[in-house]
Ligand binder design. Structure first.
Ligand SMILES: CC(C)CCC[C@@H](C)[C@H]1CC[C@H]2[C@@H]3CC=C4C[C@@H](O[C@@H]5O[C@H](CO)[C@@H](O)[C@H](O)[C@H]5O)CC[C@]4(C)[C@H]3CC[C@]12C
Length: 881
């Protein structure tokens, strides 16, 4: 048996020590490369520990000046929070008083889009659960494990839980696997764990696959994950190998003990393929679900099971059962229902003989079936997307398991066909390949839901809009369903639109129909109003929840009834925000440009005109340029802007330009002329009011900080460039000004901040000090940095772009241990804000910029310089990688 050992030093065993390489791998003592592990990705040794302790931004981190500035907000927020959480007993859409503590443990989530997700940690634990839509439960369930049993000549020679934990339940199991002999490698939507079994001459590689496949609207919706165990036998004798997959009925929450849960074994044979496992029926009143653990039976592979055991006990009966013959007892029939206070778990075991010096594969799956969902208000029943393929009766788990185990090879072929051209591009640095794919986790693990359009909704709520000109609204929503993801796991608002603006590149490039569907939903809300009055927390004024003809901030809180009640955000009255309407127009043209969907363009055109009409009132001096209102009236919602501004003014000019272009495409000469006139005037005003010879000033207010250098000052150009509208007759900003501004940002916001190693600070004073005039100006926003990097690449500053983005990747993934929970923001020291956030999906705009350059320029063979931040290649001693 493998002995347990402390984490800090190598455990028992005789492996040759690897040379110290990158910091995340330096504790690795193994030599095995594993089987089929991707070369690029995020890799670390299971014994790794992240050293830098960071804290969520809290009241204690606010300067005295900011305390004074926000005292009213603080009091109003506290009053609102108290009523919500203590009186109404609901959870707050942003809980500033109980932030989720940082756990540096997460790895690739399991599951497709919108069916819920289960995240495994990089040490293999099942630790983050989003089965109830948009609501996260954080907690490692100890019983959820893989255990290996090796037998030679009819004797068990090794049995080990593949976990470095030493928990105080299930103590009859052999825990404490030595982390120095295993590594984790993530390249979303796949991940690998390679375990050398000390002293056994056997190597296990577990490959975890989720069905996240670009341009696929069926399999990508499935709530399943597959684990392919590759077993390599380095011995000169055959070895019988069993992998046991155990799972608790539930997600480790208090409902697991609510009673009435039960388990039952199942087998399903279809098209000559047989799958066997156990169903764990989790019978809660709201959102009941069934978990299924299973394995594929095939010639030479036997599957056995244990339908129920107590995960809170010692677990000896399970351990001994497996130890005895490498199989489980496999009793037939259903388990009894759990009593209140009682937990239950089950296990499935796949076994085969691996010949001497040979290799075999065991295939296992986890599926979860929660077909019908209620949000917090419980007003409407929603059916998840996958129910159109697998039914909504709650009995789909066997079919889902069978489908996953018989289709994962096809998924992997498609994933490789998509990823390989990028992975094989030797010009791209390896950190970028990891960042690009791994940041994509948020498309599934952003509290994401993908549901069918409710039949009553189309008749009652949408008919008016369809009649109002959106002829493809119903066909699109019926065909592709409704998609929503949270602003962040801690900022619980769906489709926060000012942020989605950045993230939308991932969606439109990979699942364009979901972006189009999301836009239709926004278009519907533009036309609607909510006349209810409420007090806004930032400045205390009372106003309507939603006005007509403006884009909402978000489409609602999963704790309430999203789509039905929009604008969960009540910090500001966003009817007066300057960026939301513009971001709609910019996305409409960008989507059209990338998809060439002219129906969509036609349907969105009246909505674009309506929101631009609303926006025109912000041009208070009629100079063709909008003015900000002297409060934080845009995505930087705690950073005040006054007068003309680089950010909103730039977005405005880009949107006006796109209005001209759309009018031209649609043959609307009158509107085209109207916006041409505004554009010509506005361009002149923008240059006159904001250009200072080197960059565009933050705003034209003339305040102390108005000449700050904003990292996001070229956001308008970012979108223009992404749509090919950045040259010739469409040049909105003089090329030389954009390049000069980007160079200044690189010099000041990037290289003069944290030694150039942490990305770009939002605001920098010309003197080279971060702008501390607000609580957000001295933050780094990861999603903004990736967008800035894309803009740099578009403008030919390729090395600078990569250097800029690299700082964020290395800070988040390598330094702070925030893998698969990239935050919205961090400061140079000590704090971060809002874990697992939507905006960093903007990294896909870097990819778009690169693809665009590649299609234009003659091919270069020069690799992009890996900046000084690049560590040695992972595991250089493993030549097989
Ligand atoms: C009196 C107290 C001791 C002092 C209290 C100070 C605090 C009240 C404020 C200090 C920092 C403020 C927060 C900063 C950021 C926020 C985020 C915002 O929501 C979303 O933010 C995105 C930007 O990151 C934005 O793009 C999205 O559209 C928003 O949905 C909500 C406000 C706040 C949490 C803000 C609240 C007040 C402070 C904590």
């Amino acid at each position: 048996m493998a002995a347990a050992a402390p984490l800090e030093r190598p455990c028992e065993g005789t492996a040759v020590a690897a040379p110290a390489s990158a910091p995340l791998e330096r504790l690795y003592e193994g030599t095995a490369p594993g089987r089929g592990v991707a070369a690029a990705g995020w890799r670390l040794c299971l014994a790794h520990r992240f050293e830098e302790p960071r804290q969520p931004y809290g009241a204690g981190d606010v300067s005295f000046r900011d305390v004074l500035r926000h005292i009213g907000l603080g009091l109003r927020y506290f009053r609102w929070w108290y009523k919500k959480t203590r009186i109404e007993k609901k959870s707050a859409f942003i809980d500033l008083l109980c932030a989720v503590p940082l756990q540096q443990i997460y790895g690739c989530p399991l599951g497709g889009i919108g069916g819920g997700t289960i995240t495994r940690g990089w040490r293999g634990e099942f630790c983050r659960w989003q089965l109830n839509p948009g609501i996260y439960h954080y907690g490692t369930v100890i019983a959820d494990q893989f255990t290996v049993c090796l037998r030679c000549k009819g004797q068990t020679v090794y049995q080990q839980v593949l976990s470095i934990e030493k928990p105080n339940t299930l103590q009859g199991w052999n825990w404490g696997y030595c982390g120095h002999y295993a590594f984790y490698h993530a390249l979303y939507p796949r991940a690998w764990m390679v375990y050398e079994l000390p002293g056994q001459n056997v190597v296990l590689t577990c490959r975890q696959v989720s069905p996240v496949i670009p341009h696929d609207y069926k399999d990508s919706s499935l709530p399943v994950g597959v684990f392919i165990w590759e077993v390599e036998n380095g011995r000169d004798e055959d070895v019988d190998v069993s992998i046991m997959f155990s799972m608790q009925n539930g997600m480790g929450a208090k409902q697991d003990k609510s009673g009435g849960h039960w388990n039952e074994p199942f087998t399903l044979e279809k098209d000559g393929e047989r799958v066997a496992g156990v169903l764990l029926h989790h019978c809660t009143r709201v959102n009941p679900f069934t978990l299924a653990i299973s394995a594929r039976e095939k010639a030479g592979t036997g599957v056995t099971h244990l339908k129920a055991f107590n995960p809170a006990g010692l677990g000896r009966e399970v351990w001994q059962d497996l130890l005895h013959d490498g199989r489980l007892e496999s009793p037939p029939g259903k388990s009894k229902l759990t009593e209140k206070g009682e937990l239950t778990a089950a296990a499935v075991c796949a076994s085969c003989t691996v010949p001497a010096r040979g290799h075999r594969t065991l295939e296992m799956a986890l599926a979860w079936d929660m077909p019908c969902i209620h949000f917090g208000s419980r007003e409407k029943l929603h059916l998840r997307r996958y129910t159109r393929f697998f039914g909504s009766g709650g009995d789909a788990a066997p079919a889902l398991s069978h489908y996953a185990l018989t289709h994962y090879k096809e998924w992997e072929r498609k994933i490789e066909a998509w990823q390989n051209p990028i992975l094989e591009n030797s010009q791209l640095p390896s950190w970028y390949k990891s960042a690009l794919f791994n940041e994509l986790y948020f498309v599934t693990d952003g509290g994401t839901i993908w549901v069918e359009l409710p039949p009553d909704c189309c008749d009652e709520d949408l008919r008016g809009q369809a009649a109002a000109g959106m002829s493809h609204l119903l066909p699109v929503l019926r065909e592709y369903g409704r998609f929503a993801y949270l602003e962040g796991q801690e900022y619980r608002m769906y489709n926060t639109y000012d942020v989605h603006f950045y993230a939308s590149f991932a969606l439109v490039m990979l699942w364009p129909k979901l972006q189009i569907s999301l836009q239709y939903d926004i278009a519907v809300t533009v036309m609607n109003e909510d006349v209810q009055l409420r007090q806004y927390l930032m400045c205390g004024q009372t106003a309507q929840v939603k006005l007509k003809n403006v884009v909402p901030h978000d489409i609602g809180d999963p704790g309430d009834e999203p789509w039905q009640r929009v604008n969960a955000y009540l910090m500001h009255d966003t009817a007066d925000w300057k960026d939301l309407n513009l971001k709609f127009v910019l996305q409409v043209y960008r989507d059209y440009y990338l998809t060439q969907d002219s129906m969509y363009l036609q349907d969105m055109w009246p909505v674009c005109q309506a929101v631009m009409e609303s926006e025109l009132k912000f041009d208070t001096d009629n100079d063709g340029l909008i003015e900000n209102g002297g409060f934080a009236d845009q995505t930087y919602d705690a950073w005040v802007v006054n007068g003309a501004s680089a950010y909103c003014g730039g977005l405005w000019l880009a949107a006006v330009c796109m209005m001209c272009k759309m009018a031209e495409v649609l043959g609307d000469a009158k509107i085209q002329q109207k916006y041409m006139d505004i554009l010509n005037k506005g361009k002149e005003a923008f240059e006159r009011k904001l250009w200072n010879g080197k960059y565009y000033n933050y705003d034209s207010s003339g305040s102390d900080a108005s000449n700050s250098i904003m990292s996001d000052q070229c956001a308008g150009q970012w979108f223009l460039g992404a749509c090919g509208l950045d040259q010739g007759e469409f040049e909105v900003f003089p090329k030389s000004h954009i390049v000069s501004a980007l160079r200044t940002i690189f010099e000041k916001n990037v290289m003069s901040f944290a030694g150039g190693t942490m990305g770009a600070v939002n605001g920098m004073r010309p003197s080279g000090q971060p702008d501390t005039s607000s609580v957000q100006s001295n933050e780094v926003w990861v999603g903004v940095v990736y967008a800035l990097a894309a803009t740099m690449i578009q403008e030919g500053l390729v090395e600078e772009g990569f250097r800029t983005a690299e700082g964020c990747y290395r800070t988040v993934w390598e330094q702070l241990g925030m893998a698969f929970q990239t935050p919205e923001a961090y400061r140079e020291k000590k704090v971060y804000r809002s874990l697992a956030y939507m905006r960093p999906l903007s990294i896909w705009s870097m990819q778009l910029a690169l693809e665009r350059r590649a299609s234009q320029a003659p091919a270069s063979t020069e690799p992009i310089q890996e900046a000084l931040l690049e560590p040695a290649p992972p595991f250089p001693h493993c030549s097989g990688l």
